[in-house]
Design a protein around this ligand. Structure first.
Ligand code: GCV
Length: 663
């Protein structure tokens, strides 16, 4: 398929000083250490050189003779790290392990394509987050929950697919440093419950071996009630001996059959999924039981904290969904086994365009933690609107939790700097499908690329990452680069402007979560309310309200609790405010709503106008594909603007100071 190579498309010729003399790869690695990763590394170099420079690279084992690229293992480097350097025309890639060699090869190729010269190159990098994971919400019937780019490429008709696309996927993921992939949806039902049984082991193993060749551990999602649903036991009580025995046996089987299995991701007691609550047990009982069963094989249990009451009554103002993850898990801090990692969504609600950071970050001090973000843009335009999320992720990572005097940011926690943990990192709900370009909107691939790069090197700026992605994907034409960069870097702000205001979130059409519906979730059971009336809007989460604001460490708690000090962008998340309240910006809440919504549409108009000038400069097909989506976004942003402005104009009766058209 055309465009299937995404940022690994080597078909565009490349000129980079210092590459002329490179005719060979010298594999200075003993035969018994030349594993599949080394072979794939060499193959990647060969493939790239044919495409980029029209040259076949010879492969020699042993010491280099003349110029070329030398791969060598050496002691003393951090796991997965690489050192690349140029010396008199010879390029060396050194690492302690073959994963490091593979990452070094991808880094060298990236450098060749994005920079002008290899002269003097000297680059040492070690991945900062130990776990860099993609969570796919793919169902075995081939559908993808919250998937916006076609069907699954892992499953079709309850079978597992292993083909060329799987290999390309693994190359793309590894090229940005992904080292763990969960292939199936956290909502495990039907056939997926059987993934751990002999019905599927041959194919699960085959798929996991493709991943192994690119340094990626495979993970599966488990059905907590599997002992019952597979028809073998009457209970799934984690403290019952027969249940514990069942899991031990099943895990012995699956790890023997699938050696590249990393472990399991579990959604329990959430949105109707089974879990330990049924038996009066805790999440720790549930997670630890599984952790014991996988420990002999080095397996990990990743347990999600997305747990809340999804049967709330909208009249109940005391129950607060935002508190729920914290309230469910904080009392269990320190009781999880060492191979359990809690996976915590970035915010307390659900991947909205703006949320505060989840208070479990900084709350938990004795538990392994992973940050979960979503690059599938469920609430941020579903890969029809462009919304580059790396700036958001960087803000989240930079958040000070005040859990320690130093090293207290979310990044510090999930990199293991705060508590010295090794089982930690970052996971993204994936945005890929079997669409030709993987991600529906071509520009959504920047989120996939960016997530991996950020987890590997969180010190990179969102702009640096965007530039890399543009150069690798579309080449090095200046106008293309500057235009696409402008669009990416503007997109999150634009989307936030025409979306729900000041951190309140939701206001989307129920179920599908696309398009505006201000009261769509106002009277439902999901705990997602804005509480707007004719005088004001917002949820009182201060100490006088649900108390959520006080879950943070000081000074965050005091800042969020105080409407005078709470940052504007989160004001309505934390406080119910009159429309006439003056923000720090000097505008009233209502005028802010009007202004940002008009501005958001203007920003999209500007993005689209600039994009149109790339006609003829981008390949035809992606240009057309993107243009179609941009034109839809332009229209759809207006729909957001007009529905939101009209709603609040009619509710408040307050006119726009600038007299613009509101219906
Ligand atoms: C996989 C949200 C989504 C669900 C998703 C859930 C989760 O509620 O809308 O589709 O389920 O989050 O993260 O488990």
């Amino acid at each position: 398929m055309e465009f299937e190579q995404a940022w690994l498309d080597y078909s565009r010729k490349c000129s980079c000083e210092g590459t002329d003399g490179i005719e060979a790869v010298f594999v200075g690695i003993a035969d018994d250490r030349q594993d599949i990763l080394i072979k794939n590394s060499v193959a990647e170099l060969q493939r790239a050189f044919v495409g980029l420079f029209g040259r076949e690279l010879a492969v020699h084992t042993g010491a280099p003779v003349g110029d070329g690229i030398c791969l060598a293992l050496r002691e003393g480097m951090q796991a997965e790290a690489y050192h690349i350097y140029e010396d008199g025309g010879k390029i060396s890639i050194e690492a302690s392990d073959s994963r490091g060699i593979l990452y070094g090869v991808f880094a060298l190729l990236r450098h060749m394509q994005t920079e002008n010269s290899l002269r003097g190159l000297n680059l040492t990098k070690a991945p900062v987050m130990p776990m860099r994971m993609l969570d796919h919400w793919d169902n075995m019937d081939g559908s993808i929950e919250r998937g916006y780019s076609g069907k699954s490429f892992f499953f079709e008709d309850n079978e597992i697919l292993v083909n060329d696309r799987t290999v390309t996927y693994a190359r793309l993921a590894a090229s940005v440093g992904i080292n763990a992939v969960v292939i199936n949806n956290v909502n495990v039902k039907d056939a997926a419950t059987w993934l751990i049984t002999e019905r599927y082991t041959d194919k699960v193993r085959a798929l996991s071996e493709v991943f192994a060749g690119y340094g990626i551990k495979m993970y599966l999602c488990l059905n907590y009630a599997a002992p019952m649903e597979l028809g073998e036991l009457a209970s799934a009580d984690p403290l019952a001996e027969e249940v514990r025995g069942w899991w031990k046996k099943q895990m012995a089987f699956v790890f023997r059959e699938v050696p590249n299995l990393g472990g399991f991701l579990i959604k329990a007691d959430s949105e109707g999924r089974p879990g330990p609550f049924t038996y009066g047990r805790t999440h720790a009982d549930g997670a630890n039981m599984l952790a014991e069963a996988v420990a002999p094989y080095g397996g990990k249990i990743i347990w999600r904290c997305f747990v809340y009451n999804c049967q709330q009554d909208w009249r109940d103002e005391k129950t607060d969904r935002a508190r729920s993850g914290y309230d469910n898990f904080i009392g269990l801090d320190g009781t999880f086994l060492d191979n359990v990692i809690l996976q915590i969504k970035n915010g307390p609600m659900d991947f909205q365009v703006r949320e505060p950071v989840h208070p479990l970050f900084g709350g938990l001090t004795k538990t392994n933690q992973m940050l979960e973000v979503q690059i599938a843009q469920e609430y941020t335009g579903q890969q029809r609107h462009v919304c580059y999320l790396i700036p958001m992720f960087r803000e989240i990572l930079a958040f000070h939790t005040y859990v320690a005097k130093e090293c207290d940011t979310v990044e510090d926690i999930v990199c293991g700097r705060t508590f010295g943990q090794k089982n930690c990192g970052m996971a993204a709900v994936a945005n890929t499908g079997n669409d030709e370009n993987w991600t529906g909107h071509d520009m959504a691939a920047a989120n996939w690329y960016g997530f991996g790069r950020l987890a590997f090197e969180p010190e990179l700026s969102a702009e640096e990452i965007a530039r890399e992605w543009i150069r690798l994907t579309f080449g090095r034409e200046e106008q293309v680069e500057e235009t696409l960069l402008y669009i990416l870097m503007t997109s999150w702000r634009a989307y936030e402007n025409y979306n729900a205001p000041l951190g309140i979130g939701w206001m989307v059409n129920p179920n599908e979560h696309y398009g505006p519906s201000v009261d769509g979730y106002e009277y439902s059971r999901w705990g997602t309310y804005h509480r707007a009336d004719h005088l004001g809007i917002g949820v009182d989460r201060s100490g006088a309200g649900t108390g959520y604001a006080l879950l943070y460490r000081e000074p965050n708690a005091s800042i969020y609790n105080d409407k005078e000090r709470c940052p504007d962008k989160l004001l309505l998340f934390f406080h119910h405010m009159p429309y006439t309240w003056k923000l720090k910006s000097g505008k009233t809440v209502i005028q802010h709503i009007y202004d940002t919504h008009f501005e958001g549409v203007e920003m999209v108009d500007e993005m689209v106008e600039r994009f149109r000038k790339l006609q003829g400069k981008l390949p035809k097909k992606p240009y057309q594909r993107m243009l179609e989506r941009f034109l839809h976004q332009k229209e759809h942003a207006r729909e957001w603007r007009d529905q939101i402005n009209t709603y609040f104009y009619r509710k408040s009766g307050i006119a726009d100071e600038r007299g613009r058209k509101i219906y």
